[in-house]
Ligand binder design. Structure first.
Ligand code: DX5
Ligand code: ZN
Length: 224
């Protein structure tokens, strides 16, 4: 049985004090640090570039889980790898040559992730199971923290879990968007083994307590 991993998203952190905000979730018991990179094109906002990833790298030894919500991600893979990302996730919708992008991430010595927007079917990644270390299902339309979980995605989590198991894949199944104390059980029961939580951690006064609560509520049901 896999252990549930908690990846707080720094999108909801205080950007003026990112080093301290990252050390706080590290000491608070997070498993990964989720970094939301947005380019103002794939999604409306602009957030974090490779220079910020490089700047935060010394503040934690935990894996930096970099979620690229950008067009033409191929152009940025070298930069984020060099900056210190451990996992690099591209969107299926942004990649014309998805298999090549995933293999390239692996060739850089990084874990390769693929993400799907809520409206994109799980079947669109069936033919890249052999080169995927992480599948990230968006459970909100990407771009903003603090949105509500889209319950229609729960069926996609079940479907992705079946697909990974059938392929004999050991890839992580991560869910991102609107995951909090009310929804974590549904997400994990459906088969997720990594949850991203932005506002559910960073809007709380005690990050360690928020992480522990998510872990406890989710771990009771983990099946992946
Ligand atoms: C949304 C980002 C998410 C977001 C999650 O575009 O990919 O990682 O920060 O935020 P919450 O947990 O607040 O929905
Ligand atoms: Zn994200």
């Amino acid at each position: 049985m896999k252990q549930l991993l908690i990846a707080p998203s720094i999108l909801s952190a205080d950007f003026a004090d990112l080093g301290r905000e990252i050390r706080a979730i590290d000491e608070g018991g997070c498993d990964w640090v989720h970094v939301d990179v947005m380019d103002g094109r794939f999604v409306p906002p602009i957030t974090i570039g490779d220079n910020i990833v490089k700047a935060i790298r010394p503040h934690t030894n935990k894996p930096l889980d970099v979620h690229l919500m950008i067009v033409e991600p191929d152009r940025q893979l070298d930069a984020f790898a060099k900056a210190g990302a451990d996992i690099i996730t591209v969107h299926q919708e942004a990649c014309i040559h998805l298999e090549r992008a995933l293999q390239y991430i692996r060739s850089l010595g990084k874990k390769a992730g693929v993400s799907l927007n809520p409206a994109t079917p799980v079947s669109t990644i069936a033919n890249v199971m052999h080169c995927v270390d992480l599948v990230l299902l968006m459970s909100v339309n990407p771009g903003y923290g603090g949105q509500s979980y889209i319950h229609a995605v729960t069926d996609k989590i079940r479907e992705a879990r079946k697909m990974l198991d059938a392929a004999g894949s050991n890839a992580s199944l991560q869910v991102d968007g609107g995951v909090n104390a009310s929804t974590v059980n549904e997400v994990v029961t459906a088969g997720a083994d990594v949850i991203v939580a932005g506002s559910a951690v960073y809007s709380k006064p005690d990050y360690a307590a928020a992480i522990a609560e998510l872990r406890e509520l989710g771990s009771a049901t983990i099946t992946g």
